[in-house]
Design a protein around this ligand. Structure first.
Ligand SMILES: NC(=O)c1ccc[n+]([C@@H]2O[C@H](COP(=O)([O-])OP(=O)(O)OC[C@H]3O[C@@H](n4cnc5c(N)ncnc54)[C@H](OP(=O)(O)O)[C@@H]3O)[C@@H](O)[C@H]2O)c1
Length: 353
């Protein structure tokens, strides 16, 4: 029996995770948490709406933490699991992006498993399994390109939230869906991949694969490239992370190869500047990724609230990064302070509602 603590149980990942847990008698929900939505319909031994997630984890003492909280709010839970060597199934990419080196140090001390739930990183994890780092030439992260793929800047001036939320291949929560439209999601994933797999940024490429069938690829030094294919359905990477290394069955149909269209293209990093900004923030290191994430969270919320135009998201993040000092974080308090300061700076510059 594996006891799972599910953080973010009311979200898109959380709901699908509950489906996986219910389908597998060897999995049990020992704890569930949300930010403010009721958990009355969730069957878990311990439940918590709001409050300190690490207190819940202390009480629950799970075998695995599935962190499916959205945003920086998940950081303490991520560090809690890594520090204690409790298996961490990580959907909350923002926490790894923001914590970076501190998360890696906690992981080294705790020596537990860090299993990515993001479909691209789950794919990379599977392609890399059993290979040493020196065999790897480069990682290729794929992305659909989101609802605005192919549009020019002029065509994005008036883009509204409803258009940004109409993702062509994935059904996800609002924040990550807007991140997919700006390519900030791919930017966060680039930084996430760097920390998960210890590969330098200049050896992580991003390509668009509009039907979201190829979830990512690894190029090896001998010229072989391994790809991971599957229908876009998060139940697969969630199940992989929760049942690792068993690869339990899911209800998905087998991939029908003859019906697939597979094409690849380069992302337009001039129009979708958030990807280039993430790469620059990652390469500069320190707390630049934390500042990138914080500014993006505030900008996305403002866009969804109708206070900021779509193209304003990248402008706000550019400005925030120019004003950040990027000083390395000594501890989690430094990260919290960087996050707080960045949010306050961005908030001051946003147009008044
Ligand atoms: N959705 C996907 O397909 C997908 C794919 C890959 C990666 N991810 C990543 O997975 C994470 C979750 O994404 P999502 O799409 O599932 O988001 P979502 O649908 O917006 O759900 C977010 C969840 O986080 C909870 N939450 C927010 N703040 C919290 C806090 N302070 N304490 C406890 N819980 C809190 C929410 O609770 P309330 O309901 O109370 O607000 C909700 O349960 C994100 O980091 C995202 O990037 C998602």
């Amino acid at each position: 029996m594996k006891r799972v603590a599910l953080l973010g149980a009311t979200g898109s990942i959380g709901r699908q995770a509950i489906e996986i847990v219910e389908a597998h008698p060897e999995l049990e929900l020992c704890a569930a948490a949300s930010g403010s939505t009721s958990l009355d319909d969730v069957d878990a031994a311990l439940k918590q709406v709001g409050g300190d997630l690490t207190e819940l984890l202390e009480r629950a003492q799970p075998d695995v933490v599935l962190n499916a909280v959205v945003g920086f709010a998940g950081i303490h839970a991520t560090l809690w699991a890594l520090e204690r060597g409790v298996d961490l199934a990580l959907a909350n990419k923002e926490s790894l992006v923001a914590a970076g080196e501190l998360a890696l140090a906690a992981r080294a001390r705790g020596a537990g498993r860090l299993l990515p739930v993001d479909s691209e990183h789950s794919a990379l994890h599977q392609c890399l399994e059993g290979r040493s780092a020196e065999q790897v030439d480069s990682l290729v992260l794929t992305g659909s390109g989101g609802p605005f793929r192919g549009r020019t800047r002029d065509e994005l001036v008036d883009a509204v939230p409803d258009e940004a939320l109409a993702h062509p291949t994935w059904r996800m929560g609002p924040k990550i869906t807007v991140d997919s439209a700006t390519l900030a999601n791919k930017g966060l994933e680039l930084i996430e991949a760097h920390f998960l797999f210890d590969i330098p940024y200049d050896r992580i490429e991003v390509v668009l694969q509009p039907t979201s069938i190829v979830h990512s690829l690894v190029r090896f030094r001998d010229g072989a490239t391994l790809a991971h294919l599957g229908y876009p359905d998060m139940r697969v990477p969630i199940s992989y992370a929760l049942t690792y290394p068993e690869r339990a069955a899911t209800p998905l149909p087998p991939l029908d190869l003859t019906s697939l269209t597979l094409s690849f293209e380069s992302p337009d990093v001039e129009t979708f500047h958030m990807l280039a900004l993430a790469r620059a923030a990652g390469e500069r290191g320190g707390t630049y990724p934390c500042a990138y994430n914080a500014a993006n969270e505030v900008a996305v919320a403002a866009f969804l609230a109708g206070r900021l135009p779509f193209l304003g998201i990248a402008e706000v993040v550019t400005d925030a990064l120019e004003r950040a000092d990027g000083a390395p974080a000594r501890d989690v308090a430094d990260l919290v302070e960087c996050d707080r300061r960045t949010r306050a700076n961005v908030g001051e510059r946003l147009p008044v509602a």
